[in-house]
Design a binder for this molecule. Structure first.
Ligand code: ADP
Ligand code: MG
Length: 644
């Protein structure tokens, strides 16, 4: 065969990650083996599933196996599988780049971690660099792979020393699957010897015992000598050796499915290792839930809540949620039908004995059994969250609260339950989470509503002029800073019988407005509105300001400023909502403008002041001015006049 070798450069971010790995900022090198075994096991899962739909694809090669071959003389370590393999395109897509959707955010996080190098291992762990972790122990990696169902002998070879480039070429391979050969780095004195069979056995036992396919290795063991070969003395007692060294294949893992075992028999370490295998996360999970259901719907489930949000939590391509099995046979990964989107951070396995192995995703969606399981699991997860101690739950909420909250909008059946689980920072609690129950408990005697305000920055919200009067009355306000909160408040209109009310919309109904005073300002307000006609829909006395001069508000059913910003950021063009300019009648500036206006309506300053009142309202809520230069010039003029 004509082999054409191509050399490619790693993408910059891949090489950067490789450098981190090669320079071993991650301390536990053993896990390279776990990662390679996990890839091999995934690859076998895939071909096995494919064979359900395309029988015959396996051919003669139907006994699944992962084979390890350490070689002390050559100082190499080889791992082979008869899984699905990869085509040329797949190698280019999966191995030359880091295809993970979270790479960008990972690099960003890495940038932030500069100067805090101790954080980097955790970051790498959270991101999981799978295949590339082999560069912790190898100088050079050679991968040869043949895709299932591809013409006999057509295979691909990928080689790299992790130094900026890799080569790819066509090659031959006798059977389906992937073989990876590591040229091991020269050992320093404390390094482990990965060609030593006891070292390898130990790592497999520790990290990969539950893998569902045999992990086999040629090992040397003692075999009894046949009697006639044993040398004996005259009493028949052996004087020489009674055993001999032979090479034989041994399966290193027990292959016991953790979820099918009795939870009393599973050690914490085993649960943890299984989580890492399943989730591709290198950090231990925060919580686990091992369930066995008997009765009409019979199934085992083992669910985990990660300790850290993965980088791809908010990207559509994210995977690795719930794996579906039937009687310990893998059916599919990322079974979205078993878990609502707002629990997408939950990882685990569901093994339902009554499921058909050929089940397709389309059928799953309507399957009563699947729906039932999902309902049960959701209930059990809610129970788990309810029972968690405050500190741990807050930690969970830091990581996944924004996801969980989506359920209020998307799942009417669980809306009320989720409402008990949501938490907010508030004007009285900037640093720690407050539940709606606590909020309601702390409401003032004369307070009828649950007040909230939405926006993207906590610091801007907490100082928002919209909250001045609320603060004066000592009413607590929920500070909502997640985009999803806009949807939460659309669906959650009340809690415990108390309406949720936006601090920046509608009338706050805090105190009766002084009608005579309002009357007196009518003409001025009309005049200001005249100057701002195309920017606002109304000028009115404020029910929410105390110290500030002006702010912008909306009518109860208007879109909030934050929502408008979100929609625009997502590329939509929402209908422009004109807002209400609220002026503080008790503020000396407003009073003085009134005097100015009553003395001479044609005073040109009045027009400037009208614009300034509007611009100040925009600035105070962190908005963008249409004409910032004019604003700054006007303020400059005023300052120089004030200083004489
Ligand atoms: P992950 O396993 O999280 O996807 P990895 O870096 O471990 O990330 O692997 C990247 C991809 O390379 C895998 O998703 C898979 O498509 C491919 N791959 C790796 N090892 C194998 C293998 N032994 N057989 C087939 N494909 C593999
Ligand atoms: Mg992997």
């Amino acid at each position: 065969m004509e082999a054409k070798q191509e050399t490619h450069q790693f993408k910059t971010e891949v090489q950067q990650i490789l450098n981190l790995i090669i320079n071993s900022l991650y301390s536990n090198q053993d896990i390279f083996l776990r990662e390679l075994i996990s890839n091999a096991s995934d690859a076998i899962d895939k071909v096995r599933y494919k064979a359900e739909i395309e029988p015959g694809i396996l051919g003669e090669d139907s006994e699944f196996k992962i084979q390890l071959k350490p070689d002390a003389i050559k100082q190499t370590f080889e791992i082979s599988d008869n899984g699905i393999g990869m085509t040329y395109e797949e190698v280019m897509e999966n191995i030359g780049t880091i295809a993970k959707s979270g790479t960008a955010s990972f690099m960003e996080a890495l940038e932030h971690a500069k100067g805090h190098e101790t954080l980097i291992p955790e970051l790498i762990g959270q991101f999981g660099v799978g295949f590339y972790s082999a560069f912790m122990v190898a100088d050079k990696i050679t991968l040869v792979t043949r895709s299932a169902g591809v013409d006999v002998n057509k295979a691909v070879k990928w080689v790299s020393a992790g130094d900026g480039s890799y080569t790819v070429e066509e090659t031959e391979k006798a059977n389906r699957g992937t073989t990876i050969t590591l040229a091991l780095k020269k050992k320093e004195k404390d390094d482990k010897d990965y060609t030593d069979q006891w070292t390898v056995r130990g790592i497999v036992k520790q990290h990969s015992d539950f893998v569902g396919y045999p992990i086999a290795m040629e090992v040397e063991r003692d075999e009894p000598l046949p009697d006639e070969e044993v040398i004996k003395d005259k009493d028949g007692k052996p004087i020489g050796a009674t055993t001999r060294k032979v090479m034989g294949e041994e399966t290193l893992n027990s292959m016991k499915a953790i979820w099918a075992r009795n939870s009393n028999d599973v050690k914490d370490e085993e649960y943890e290792e299984f989580y890492k295998h399943l989730s591709h996360d290198w950090n231990p999970p925060m919580e686990r839930l091992h369930l066995k259901f008997e009765g009409t719907t019979e199934y085992d489930a083992l669910l985990y809540i990660p300790s850290k949000a993965p980088f791809d939590l908010f990207t559509p391509e994210r995977r690795h949620g719930i794996h579906l099995y039937s009687k310990r046979v893998f059916i599919m990964d990322d079974c979205k039908e078993l878990m609502p989107e707002y629990f997408r951070f939950v990882k685990g396995v569901v093994d339902a004995s009554d499921l058909n192995l050929n089940v397709s995703r389309e059928i799953l969606q309507q399957d009563r059994l699947v729906l039932n399981i999902r309902k049960n699991l959701v209930k059990k997860l809610f129970d788990l969250l309810d029972k968690m101690d405050v500190e741990k739950y807050n930690q969970l909420y830091d990581e996944f609260g924004a996801v969980l909250k989506e359920g209020i909008h998307t799942d009417p059946d669980s809306k009320d339950k989720i409402a008990t689980l949501i938490r907010y920072k508030t004007t009285k609690s900037e640093d720690s989470w407050v539940s709606l129950d606590e909020y309601v408990k702390n409401m003032k005697a004369d307070q009828k509503d649950i007040f909230y305000i939405t926006g993207d920055k906590l610091s801007a919200l907490i100082n928002s002029p919209h909250l001045e009067r609320l603060k004066e009355k000592d009413f607590e306000v929920l500070l909502m800073t997640d985009p999803v909160d806009e949807w939460v408040v659309q669906s959650l209109t009340e809690y415990d019988g108390k309406p949720l009310k936006s601090a920046e919309k509608g009338d706050l109904d805090l105190d009766a407005v002084d009608e005579t005073k309002k009357e007196a300002y009518n003409a001025l307000f009309g005049f200001i509105k005249g100057h701002l006609e195309n920017k606002i829909k109304e000028v009115k006395p404020s029910s929410r300001l105390k110290d500030s001069v002006s702010c912008l508000s909306g009518d109860t059913w208007d879109m909030s400023a934050y929502m408008e910003k979100l929609l625009k950021a997502s590329g939509q063009k929402p209908n422009e909502v004109k807002r209400v300019l609220e002026l503080n009648m008790d503020h000396p500036v407003v009073e003085k403008i009134k005097t100015l206006f009553e003395n001479d309506r044609d005073n040109p300053e009045l027009k400037d002041f009208s614009h300034l009142l509007f611009d100040m309202a925009v600035v105070s809520e962190g908005g963008k001015l249409d004409n910032p230069a004019r604003f700054s010039k006007m303020v400059g003029d005023l300052m120089s006049r004030a200083m004489g």
